[in-house]
Design a protein around this ligand. Structure first.
Ligand code: FES
Length: 164
């Protein structure tokens, strides 16, 4: 089983971002839906777009920035070509999940929310992937993996490397 390569649309496009903003700015509590849609589209929210969002919603830049910073799921820099999410919830922690986390950080040489210098991987924590019976679990882009040992983690990355 190899890791599927998923293309993120990480090239920020001001006109597309503006269109998203215009489409959603009228809905109640528009800030979160706008940020969500931007993140969904580009994989991150460009900091230079924050003033535009703030102005459209009649908020201060600090308010918008505060929301982006508060939610760890919102990125302010482009993600790696693949996003690896490791489960940190209880069932996985009880099945050597901590060991997997440490191994992944060491192997990729990044901390959580970090991206490898090559731009290949971003490492993120997640709290339950609904795969508790096969703990410890992780997800690479949209693909779920269970009973992930450090060896399995390495094998998945190696296979991915050969496939790309
Ligand atoms: S606790 Fe890890 S998948 Fe549920």
């Amino acid at each position: 089983m190899s890791i599927n390569k998923k293309k993120h649309s990480t090239d920020w496009d001001e006109s597309v971002a503006e269109k998203i903003l215009q489409e959603k700015k009228g809905v109640p509590g528009a800030l979160l839906p706008i940020l969500h849609a931007l993140q969904e589209k580009f994989g991150y929210i460009a900091p230079e777009f924050v003033p535009t969002v703030a102005q459209a919603l009649n908020l201060s830049r600090a308010e918008v920035h505060g929301v982006i910073s508060f939610y760890h799921d919102y990125r302010q820099t482009p993600p790696g070509r693949q996003v690896i999410k490791i489960c940190r919830a209880e069932a996985c922690q009880s099945m050597a999940g901590r060991n997997l986390e440490n191994h992944a950080k060491q192997k990729l040489d990044v901390e959580y929310h970090g991206t490898t210098p090559s731009g290949d991987y971003t490492l993120e924590p997640v709290y339950c992937l609904g795969n508790c019976a096969c703990a410890p679990a992780m997800m690479v882009d949209d693909k779920l993996y269970g009973r992930v040992t450090p060896e399995k983690f390495d094998a998945l990355l190696d296979k991915k490397g050969k496939a790309s």
